[in-house]
Ligand binder design. Structure first.
Ligand code: SF4
Length: 403
């Protein structure tokens, strides 16, 4: 098979993986800096088109052949798709060629499982090793780890990659049993634990960085019956236990010839978006996973962002006085982000803040108005849920600025 045909198949097969953000990498100052590539740019584009347009990360699978039969995956054993496999040298050469043509700034490499976990992981590690050692490639490398591969191979992957990730896929063990029977939650978590250990040890020793951009994972949303509350509880556990940098959420979309165990309809993209917002609340606004979902059905409100939903469900906690409230409480005000809150806390040491001062630190002052008191501002009492929603939510959604 021609290389370009392999590339079409294996780039297309990789597009379902959402966990490839490149933010958080550090400049490599090893011998690789005498070579080519830099991973310093953050927020780079993660998409790839086979003709090489507008790409920064070459996002491919080593192979889309797989021993496993995960129901939600286009590459599953029973799927009727064209199969291909790159050699190690082909991936290395493609990465270097694309880099030199300025198409990409790094590589995201995942794979189906062939022969065994270790065999697959070993080939992926060889790609990363060759890029770093033979070609002195200093660009970004994200390796998707094969859960269950030996600790030695996971350690080698961490040595060469900027970021590594193992996909959790589904938040509940029973969903894995149903939809990905060959996968096991305990093995996935064990691999994450090995990575965490490597990252912690590297940091303690001040040794060459081990996966300096950390580890991440992905969860599929809407393929099983798990609620948003279940998903967030699982994320909380993953952040806490394994020090993950990010959990990525990927809305399920039906695949050809899919199993009857899967829903016929795609999960709403807005659900994925709301989960990202809720995840942000846990990581930056100090909400606990249990309190974010306010509805009895365990689902986030798709119509309004979860921070606003929480404020509406806890109206007795508002309004808060921007001149006296604790930082933690200010972080719970819809429309105020971390930077805005820090600027408020700093500014109020100098003077008593009015609404104009708040407007200077946030673009969402209309959003926070019903929830704050300032020197010259006190909201009229809004007690009716519908009233609040209609007065606050439409403006919020138009701006679509989450804070
Ligand atoms: S192991 Fe990965 S590639 Fe293989 S079927 Fe499952 S999700 Fe797909």
């Amino acid at each position: 098979m021609r290389l370009i045909d392999k590339l079409k198949i294996l780039a297309d097969a990789a597009k379902y993986d959402a966990s490839c953000s490149s933010s958080g990498g550090k400049k490599r100052d090893s011998k690789a800096t005498r070579g080519i590539g830099s991973n310093e740019r953050t927020g780079i584009c993660h998409s790839y088109t086979p003709d090489g347009r507008c790409v920064s990360l070459l996002k491919i699978l080593l192979t889309n052949q797989c021993l496993y039969d995960c129901a939600y995956c286009i590459n599953r054993r029973s799927s009727n798709v064209a199969r291909a496999k790159f050699t190690v040298d082909e991936v290395v050469q493609l990465t270097i060629d694309f880099y030199k043509r300025n198409y990409i700034e790094g590589l995201f490499l995942s794979s189906g499982i062939i022969r065994s976990h270790d065999d697959t992981m070993e080939e992926m590690v060889r790609v990363a090793r060759s890029l770093r050692e033979d070609h002195l490639f200093g660009g970004y490398i994200h390796l998707k780890l094969i859960a269950g591969a030996s600790p030695e191979l996971l350690a080698q992957a961490g040595r060469y990659a900027d970021r590594v990730s193992v996909n959790m896929e589904l938040p509940k063990e029973e969903s894995l049993v149903l939809l990905a029977p060959e996968k096991r939650g305990d093995i996935i978590r064990k691999s994450m634990a090995h990575v965490r250990l490597g990252i912690d040890e590297g940091r303690d020793r001040g040794a060459p960085s081990f996966a300096p951009a950390g580890q991440s994972t992905q969860m599929i949303v809407g393929a099983d019956a798990a609620s948003d509350r279940d998903i967030l509880a699982s994320s909380k556990n993953l952040y806490g236990s394994y020090g993950l940098k990010r959990v990525y959420y990927s809305a399920f979309s039906p695949i050809p010839d899919s199993s009857t165990r899967l829903p016929l309809k795609a999960a709403p993209l807005m659900r994925e978006h709301r989960l990202y917002q809720a995840d942000w609340m846990m990581r930056f606004y100090r909400f606990t996973a249990d309190e974010i979902v306010t509805g009895n059905d365990g689902l986030l409100d798709l119509a309004i962002d979860p921070k606003l939903a929480w404020a509406l469900a806890h109206r007795s906690a508002f309004p808060v006085d921007v001149n006296t409230a604790e930082r933690e409480m200010l972080l719970r005000v819809p429309g105020l982000g971390v930077k805005a809150v820090d600027r408020i806390v700093l500014a109020r040491r100098q003077r008593t803040l009015g609404l104009e001062d708040i407007a200077r630190v946030t673009r969402s002052v209309a959003k926070c108005q019903p929830f704050i008191v300032a020197r010259d501002w006190r909201p009229v009492k809004l007690s009716d849920e519908e009233d609040l929603r209609s007065r606050v939510a439409p403006r919020v959604e138009q701006m679509e600025l989450f804070a």
